[in-house]
Design a protein around this ligand. Sequence first.
Ligand SMILES: [Fe+2]
Length: 401
Amino acid sequence: MTDVLTDAVLTNEEKLAHLDAEQLRQLIGLVEYDASHDPFPVIGWDAVVWVVGNATQTALHYRTAYGMRLVAYAGPETGQRDHKAYVLTSGGCRFVIMGGVAPDSPLLDHHRRHGDGVSDISLEVPDVDVCVAHAVKVGARVLVEPHDLSDEHGTIRTATMAAYGDTVHTLVDRSRYTGPYLPGYVAQDDTLVADRPPVFWALDHVVGNVELGRMDEWVDFYHRVMGFTNMAEFIGDDIATDYSALMSKVVASGNHRVKFPLNEPAIAKKKSQIDEFLEFYVGPGAQHLALATDDIVAAVDTLRAAGVEFLATPDSYYTDPELRRRIGEVRVPIETLQERGILVDRDEDGYLLQIFTRPIGDRPTVFFELIERHGSLGFGKGNFKALFQAIEREQERRGNL
Ligand SMILES: [Fe+2]
């Protein structure tokens, strides 16, 4: 790691979004990284691929509420009989929203089992074959061997590896490709959100929930297979309330673009929120995605105006003298945060502002976090208790506590 961060580290999507390296350092804690001796170099996220019950309406929601831009599409009109897929971007972040069209589509089976959720946390890598060769050597399960996909825009090299539950990591080398997403997708010109500034600029982290006793196994997987390193560790009392508890560890890629906190339930008096997730997602899966913004106040206002609901934070959170002392000075008055329920956490490197949405689908499973970093590279450890108490209130309303 050095102090010099040049624009050479930027992905194509980040360049297209007019982001520079310094902005990414602030937004997501991007660091310079020498990958020359890395057996599994990772550039960053390629896409978050969702399987949902109604891709057409979900994609529209992300455009109208979250201000994401539709950039590519595949479906019956483009020769894809089985499903529809909408490719959306916000800043340097890409979502692909998929839904089954043909009644026998495997996507409908995925949705019947898991509900709306993340099926593929796809990663951009410089050399798919190098990564897969290393992954196989250390015992990872490869679901789709490396192969080329080509069209008039060039060639993509790709392969797919198994991760927790039914979640997979597709590896993508797009260095020889200029199309809008993958071969078979047709570029779209989105006039709906054309002039709106993005609500978020990048994906900060994706949290995985795994079964009791399996967290260390998955931490080891990301160490061994992808060469990720530990970023932080939260165990026991840090994130326990009287009723529910969890354990969490964070692994990250060398450049810190890709960060995976991994949670498992811990034993407490009542059912952990992780258990609720595992029950309703029917196994391990992606619990929340943190979207990086440089103005969380504006982002919350935009999303609330569009009907997005956030977890409530009790007024006691803001009036607690201990918390006030710990937070210190932040860029906006505490009252501004309190009105919106935005949480604050501070560590030796700086502070962060964060807020969590309610589950985005019908099941109490996946949700979003908005995060605005000011030097802190943490994940809101100091807020876990306040957050969990808020989640427990909602669990209780659903009859699942
Ligand atoms: Fe988070």
